[in-house]
Design a protein around this ligand. Structure first.
Ligand SMILES: Nc1nc2c(c(=O)[nH]1)N[C@@H](CN(C=O)c1ccc(C(=O)N[C@@H](CCC(=O)O)C(=O)O)cc1)CN2
Length: 289
């Protein structure tokens, strides 16, 4: 069996077309959706992601504003700008691109963003609502994964799902979302003994640790669905400079039924769902949610 790709670019294009229609409707109702992106430092990958986010907003008719800060910016400067944006009724979404330089407390910055404008879904209030199965802003990457599974009609209720990675922005919310749809979820991480024992049981495997090609075909149950959240830039060897995921794509695709490629899989969906959250916030502001 050779797995079929779940094409994140194609699914994104479809969803973004719908989002553009909704943005135009909101604008006609006098509410122009607006996302503010804050970038601190000179991380080259972050610069690419921010550029992609701004471009996607512009294409969808969502106004975007970008604030850039040098790597030595102070926490106080960033917090002051967030306070201004929280109070600005024309701003519907605020995000601070991660990671941040070490002198800035990420938790403090993320908590400073008003939960009503937290279109990354990282605020403790939104995570708490997600945990309770209540309406909130969902973190964009796990929400994008759920949309990819939905697009392929992957059965989740009663499925064995294994999430590898326990970050606050992917692993933990990913596990909660799968659980809420009736999967039996196992969360694996760096302390997990015999990782392959767990992954070989899984109908759905989500790899989100940032370790290039660690999940190989022999670790996957035949016919499983493999979701690769990893985005790693290879530093050496014949493919130096190229992007790869956490999954060894060539060996995994020989065993899985469905697989997400890197690039062109989960990454574009992360940006797409950010547009979705921004529109949701604008809809609420327009009293239409
Ligand atoms: N504030 C946030 N920071 C970060 C988030 C986030 O959701 N909010 N997630 C990641 C990075 N990320 C979004 O910012 C992200 C990563 C990758 C892509 C993407 O489109 N990847 C492309 C390849 C892009 C390239 O050429 O490098 C792909 O996979 O096809 C989008 C967003 C950490 N920070």
């Amino acid at each position: 069996m050779t797995a079929r790709n779940i094409d994140g670019n194609a699914l994104s294009a479809k969803l973004r077309e719908n989002f553009a229609t909704e943005a135009a409707t909101l604008a006609q109702a006098g509410v122009t959706p607006c996302l503010v992106v804050m970038l601190v430092g000179d991380n080259p990958a972050s610069a690419v992601y921010v550029r992609n986010k701004v471009a996607a907003c512009e294409k969808a008719g969502i106004k975007s504003l970008k604030f850039e800060y040098p790597a030595d910016a102070t926490e106080a400067e960033v917090l002051a700008r967030i306070a201004e944006l929280n109070a600005d009724p024309s701003v519907h979404g605020i995000l601070v691109q991660l990671p941040l330089p070490k002198q800035i407390d990420e938790d403090k910055v993320l908590e400073a963003i008003s939960a009503e404008k937290d279109v990354d879904g990282f605020h403790a209030e939104n995570f708490g609502l997600l945990l309770q199965g209540r309406k909130s802003f969902y973190p964009c990457t796990p929400w994008g994964v759920m949309k990819m599974l939905e697009s392929e009609n992957v059965p989740i209720k009663g499925a064995e799902a294994v999430v590898i990675g326990r970050s606050n922005i992917v692993g933990k919310p990913m596990a909660v979302m799968l659980l809420s749809q009736g999967a039996t979820v196992t969360v694996c991480h760096s302390q997990t003994k015999d990782l392959a024992f767990h992954t070989r049981r899984a109908d759905i495997v989500v790899a989100a640790v940032g370790k290039p090609k660690f999940l190989t075909g022999d670790m996957i149950k035949p016919g499983a669905v493999v979701i690769d959240v990893g985005i790693n830039r290879l530093l050496e060897g014949p493919d130096a400079g190229k992007l790869c995921g956490d999954v060894d794509f060539d060996s995994a695709r020989e065993v899985a039924s469905l697989i997400t490629p890197v690039p062109g899989g989960v990454g574009p969906m992360t940006i797409t769902m950010l547009l979705g959250n921004t529109l949701e916030s604008a809809r609420r502001a327009a009293g239409k949610a």
